[in-house]
Ligand binder design. Structure first.
Ligand SMILES: [Zn+2]
Length: 290
């Protein structure tokens, strides 16, 4: 009988624990999930004093943590790129002061984001030499952003939606044009009319403001801690490169510049270079305030 109660108690504990957590003397480590899809994000929380200064290595890169003084909590995001190879990945957590080091394993699983099949006239798909050169130059300019040094987190609270519109183009959808696989949709398309204000998802700094072939008037914001957000097809840009922006600040007006079929906002987010679903960041970052 007693054994039954112990087993029952252990089962109840297991069932009632929503996240995988781990305790050590005075500290507590928890992940919002132990499994994630490609393009997904996990919130990591470490209950530890400021002096602990934990270090986290995820997919062989150090991730930035934000320290919440009131809650004595270190928090950061583990991201898996939309195209990451499926499998188990290691997160190493170190706390030098307590001489603590432990490996945690997160499973990256497959997710079917759907396919869009399109048949278009050849001249609409194949770019001329001049356009190709331009696209190459512009993608080098953008790729350099992912290589830049990571600055300290400028965010301390949840990320917000840049516009209120519905999703008109979901994240991750693959495009097959004339039977050829093209790059997947690495952001989310949100309904927005020409001239609708577009807000910064969080505090940050404009690191690139440009008019690009595919993405039209584009703004890239660095939020620190390895998080960069981007806003495409804008009708007007209201910030300059180097400007500091606040969460909720209008950084531009929605439009249909570049290769867009109509006015909308394409919104993308990278975390440590990984292409992730921006809506997941909005959702999961609520955990910074709970
Ligand atoms: Zn888009």
């Amino acid at each position: 009988m007693r054994l039954f109660y112990i087993v029952f108690f252990l089962m109840a504990c297991f069932l009632l624990t929503p996240t995988d957590s781990n305790s050590l003397s005075g500290s507590h480590i928890s992940f919002s999930s132990t499994e994630m899809a490609r393009g997904d994000i996990i919130l990591l929380s470490i209950k530890a004093g400021m002096e602990e200064g934990p270090r986290v290595i995820w997919m062989e890169k150090e991730i930035s943590l934000f320290f919440n003084r009131d809650r004595s909590l270190w928090q950061g995001f583990l991201a898996a790129d939309l195209n990451s190879t499926l499998g188990k990945y290691k997160a190493i957590i170190q706390m030098p002061l307590s001489d603590f080091e432990k490996d945690y394993y997160i499973q990256v699983v497959d997710k079917d984001y759907g396919v869009r099949n399109l048949t278009l006239p050849k001249e609409k798909v194949e770019l001329g030499k001049e356009s190709l050169n331009r696209v190459e130059k512009e993608s080098a300019e953008v790729n350099a952003l992912w290589e830049a040094d990571i600055t300290l987190p400028k965010w301390s609270s949840a990320f917000i939606m840049p516009v209120d519109g519905d999703i008109v183009g979901p994240f991750g959808k693959r495009s097959v044009i004339n039977n050829l696989e093209r790059s997947p949709h690495t952001g989310v398309d949100l309904r927005a009319g020409t001239g609708d204000p577009v807000k910064s998802t969080n505090n940050g700094k404009a690191i690139l403001v440009a008019d690009h072939f595919f993405t039209g008037n584009s703004v890239f914001l660095d939020h620190g801690g390895g998080i960069i957000s981007m806003y495409f097809h804008l009708d007007k840009i209201l910030v300059k490169a180097g400007d500091t922006v606040e969460k909720g600040q209008v950084i531009g007006l929605a439009g249909s510049t570049g290769r867009a079929t109509g006015p909308h906002l394409h919104w993308g987010v990278r975390i440590n270079g990984s292409r992730v679903n921006p809506l997941t960041l909005v959702d999961i970052s609520k955990g910074l305030e709970e």
